[in-house]
Design a protein around this ligand. Sequence first.
Ligand SMILES: C[S@@+](CC[C@H](N)C(=O)[O-])C[C@H]1O[C@@H](n2cnc3c(N)ncnc32)[C@H](O)[C@@H]1O
Ligand SMILES: [Zn+2]
Length: 263
Amino acid sequence: MSVYICPVCGKPLNRVDKTMRCENNHSYDISAKGYVNLLGPGKIERGDDADMVAARRRFLNSGSYDALRNALCEVLSNIPFDTLLDAGCGEGYYTKKLCDSFDKTEIYGLDISKKAAEKASALCKAANICVASAYRMPYADGSFDCILNVFSPLAADEYIRVLKKGGHLVMAAPLPEHLSELKRIVYDKVNIKSMKDTDIEGFFLVSEKQIIYPMQLDTALLKDLFTMTPYYHKTSYEDKVKLDSVASLTVTAAFTVFDYIKD
Ligand SMILES: C[S@@+](CC[C@H](N)C(=O)[O-])C[C@H]1O[C@@H](n2cnc3c(N)ncnc32)[C@H](O)[C@@H]1O
Ligand SMILES: [Zn+2]
């Protein structure tokens, strides 16, 4: 049975040919690329735009975050799971690796950006990708053994609802020094924030591991990296073009990978 529920009435959605339909006859077409839009009527699509998605695809394909992806897979390989949701899956870089590494698992991906979902579903044919908000997920209660969150909005209440009892949340988050050299080029003043509290209500922390390494990036990769960050749209044109004159820069990648269990 499908784990999807209708964003209008909450009833189960079942696939009939190229459509997902509930018993109240609300229906959602599966796109040619393979994803289904379950954002619901009147809900505005936000999230990453086409430029950010394209920049992320180019940057991730350079291999610069492979160490993080490997660390996530290592944590996941110690967790028993049959169903996993990549919440805020972006263009599918991590989702694809999960499909390849855990091929007995049912993999789902969700992102509020249509462009990201389009790219992710084209890349990860084995995954079930939808457009929806992490704060209003179109999945039945207790659908998943595990949720992966890589730099995406943390919708803890929804995670608790859609996770099974004892389900895991594996999460990657940046450390304060992450990308500090890049920020120092772009901004006149950089505040290195202190580490956030790691408590998440409804979960207990099982393990955490830090991954810190230098990346040698040329101008194109620096610009792609900056374009895929949340700072991009908040930065002035004058600040953005400062990266054009940097031929090469060593930038610190610094993450923590957390493994939580639902209480
Ligand atoms: C920093 S990106 C990370 C993408 C992917 N996990 C990765 O690391 O390559 C954050 C993602 O969250 C998505 N997003 C933002 N708000 C969202 C929401 N409310 N619900 C679901 N996805 C959201 C964005 O569209 C974007 O793809
Ligand atoms: Zn319905």
